[in-house]
Ligand binder design. Structure first.
Ligand code: GLY
Ligand code: MN
Ligand code: MN
Length: 480
């Protein structure tokens, strides 16, 4: 945990933000529920415990079955959790008291976990607003439904409480939390650099483990071992595949074959639960073919362009569009597309090659706060999400401010089913050289991803040792 002052300050800032949403006496309570253990096959064989990220942000306590109420009118804070009894001690050993755990988070009032029901029932009976965040886990969905009387199907809907007294999650609370978690504090940046170091070590081990004839899973095992030794685990299910054109390919069952491209998209979650998320693409034989190198260099240049444009004030949506323009210019040099580049950008032709966005926020979650709503997290109030393939998938469009941590992850993919669909529908027929694209049917995909901190005067990549990215450097690293 960070020091208790970190959590106390965050909650004080949150209280002030919520105070601005309603007059005193009309604010109500903010209700936070941490995660509980989730049974895998049966209760005592649970999935590895992962605490809720907003809970970690405001309370830091990394244990199951905890909840808290902040009274938004009086500022009173109560932690709800259970002290262990002798049965627990037999199986788990002695544990600190709830009161002492609460004190670690700077909270000086605690009560049993089940007495949360009494507190919420009383708040409801007296007509107070109940502000809670949309839950991710089913248990918390059910618990919030039973605590608040909100129908299960409405528990996760986010709308302003002010408008209807609240039969749903609180947009006011969601917006206040997002505004804070979007801007990383110095203590968080240290953690993100630490997770970056772990992720870079993972990738280095993975790169050194690539051998023709082995199964992809062997590389995954070597790589994930790094983070299991030093951190909490992977920050998302590893993507390691020679079929990189499938964007989130989680199968690792193929033999490593010569002449292929291997996309490795993986990251670490450190013991404080901060994430990293890097992608590199390797020629399985250790050398790029000239055809691979041509496409690879475009992606590397888009990655570099995005980094060079990243600074306070620019909208990341515009950085995405700038990389799409560069990608199309360079694909035009290869005669894969033809015509006016600005017209192609406007038509969204880049989406055929990169059907995903340039990047997302990163922090305690690898796609930070996606549970709170992609558009609320990634879009300024005056920005509308596009519908085009590619730009429409952009998760972070906002104007950047210092302290934002985002990913820079352009890619080019040759997805046979998508190419066939566009061709048959006539999409992009004025621009796309479909006959030349046929020779890229088995090409696969390339993605390059770094994690980037927006600084007061520009940006820097997180993690101490940037992974090789230029094709010569990749080949050198693979040969040594
Ligand atoms: N892990 C998928 C991504 O890079 O966002
Ligand atoms: Mn990634
Ligand atoms: Mn990413």
């Amino acid at each position: 945990m960070f020091s208790k002052e970190v959590y106390m300050t965050r909650r004080r800032v949150l209280l002030n933000k919520m105070a601005a949403t309603a007059p005193e006496g009309k604010r109500g309570i903010a209700l936070f529920v941490g995660n509980v253990e989730a049974a895998a096959q049966y209760k005592d064989n649970a999935y590895k415990f992962r605490q809720d990220s907003s809970w970690l942000y405001y309370f830091g306590l990394d244990e199951p079955r905890m909840a808290a109420v902040i009274d938004l009118d009086t500022g009173e804070e109560t932690l709800y959790a259970d002290d262990v009894d002798i049965d627990d001690i037999i199986w788990m050993g002695p544990q600190p008291s709830v009161a002492s755990k609460a004190a670690e988070a700077g909270i000086y009032k605690s009560a049993s976990y089940d007495s949360l029901t009494v507190a919420v029932t009383k708040a409801l009976a007296t007509g107070r607003n109940i502000h809670y965040l949309p839950p991710t886990r089913y248990y918390n969905t059910m618990r919030l439904a039973s605590l608040t009387g909100v129908a299960v199907e409405n528990v996760g809907k986010v709308a302003p409480i002010g408008e209807d007294g609240g039969r749903h999650a609180s947009e006011e609370l969601v917006k206040a939390v997002i505004s804070m978690r979007l801007v990383k504090e110095p203590c968080e940046i240290e953690q993100l650099d630490d997770a970056g170091a772990l992720g870079q070590e993972m990738h280095t081990v993975a790169r050194n483990s690539i051998r023709l004839g082995i199964v992809e899973q062997e590389i995954v095992g070597e790589m994930e071992g790094v983070v299991l030794r030093k951190g909490w685990g992977v920050s998302f299910p590893t993507i390691l595949t020679q079929r990189g054109e499938t964007l989130h390919n989680h199968l690792h069952d193929k033999i490593v074959e010569p002449g292929k491209l291997m996309v490795i998209d993986a990251g670490a979650e450190n013991n404080m639960h901060y994430a990293s998320d890097f992608t590199r693409t390797y020629p399985t034989s250790g050398k790029f073919t000239s055809k691979q190198r041509d496409i690879y260099q475009i992606v590397a240049d888009c990655n570099e362009l995005a980094f060079s444009l990243t600074k306070p004030g620019i909208a990341y949506r515009d950085v995405h569009i700038a990389t799409a323009r560069l990608m199309l210019e360079r694909l035009k040099d290869l005669d894969l597309v033809r015509g006016d580049v600005d017209a192609m950008v406007a038509e969204g032709i880049a989406g055929l090659f990169q059907p995903h966005g340039l990047g997302h926020n990163m922090g305690l979650d690898v796609h930070d706060m996606e549970d709170l709503g992609e558009n609320l997290v990634g879009y300024d109030p005056d920005q509308k999400r596009a519908r085009q393939l590619g730009l429409g998938s952009l998760r972070m469009a906002r104007r950047l401010v210092p302290g934002n941590v985002i990913t820079d992850e352009p890619g080019i993919y040759f997805i046979p089913a998508l190419i066939a669909k566009w061709k048959s529908e006539g999409t992009g027929k004025d621009f796309v050289n479909y006959s030349k694209l046929e020779s890229y049917h088995d090409f696969g995909g390339i993605r390059i991803e770094d994690d980037v901190l927006v600084t007061p005067d520009g940006a820097r990549r997180t993690g101490p040792n940037r992974l090789p990215v230029q094709p010569d450097d990749i080949e050198d690293a693979m040969s040594s």
